[in-house]
Design a protein around this ligand. Structure first.
Ligand SMILES: [Zn+2]
Length: 120
């Protein structure tokens, strides 16, 4: 399962960050994925649930955001497309001279952690 190995390496990076920040618990994680990433959000979510067991991320909220598709139209500029259908012409002016921005990545958008108060 592709998502499981992605989640494993992502999880390692996130927990390392959390430990460096002296976090005791990860409260929530938000991941942003592109439409062409080939990642199935449901599978990524269940991979997270499996991996986070008995770690500092156990019980954390796991959010997935779909990154909107961006195109650059030679006539009217850059547009964000939220429609899941991929347009091959500009939805605004119908111009066919468009360029797709890369939309195949996975990014960590946000992570919330809980840090214990240090005794001063
Ligand atoms: Zn246009």
């Amino acid at each position: 399962m592709h998502e499981l190995s992605i989640m494993k390496s992502l999880f390692r990076i996130l927990t390392e960050k959390a430990i460096k920040a002296r976090a005791q618990r990860i409260r929530s994680i938000t991941i942003c994925i592109g439409r062409f990433s080939g990642i199935e959000p449901d599978l990524l979510h269940s991979a997270f649930m499996a991996i986070s067991k008995e770690t500092l991320a156990e019980g954390a909220q796991f959010h997935i955001i779909n990154k909107p598709l961006q195109i650059e139209c030679s006539r009217c500029g850059t547009l964000q497309i939220k429609d899941p259908q991929i347009p091959f012409a500009c939805p605004k002016c119908g111009n066919k001279n468009i360029r797709f921005e890369p939309n195949d990545e996975l990014m960590v958008e946000n992570m919330e952690v809980e840090i214990a108060n240090s005794n001063l």
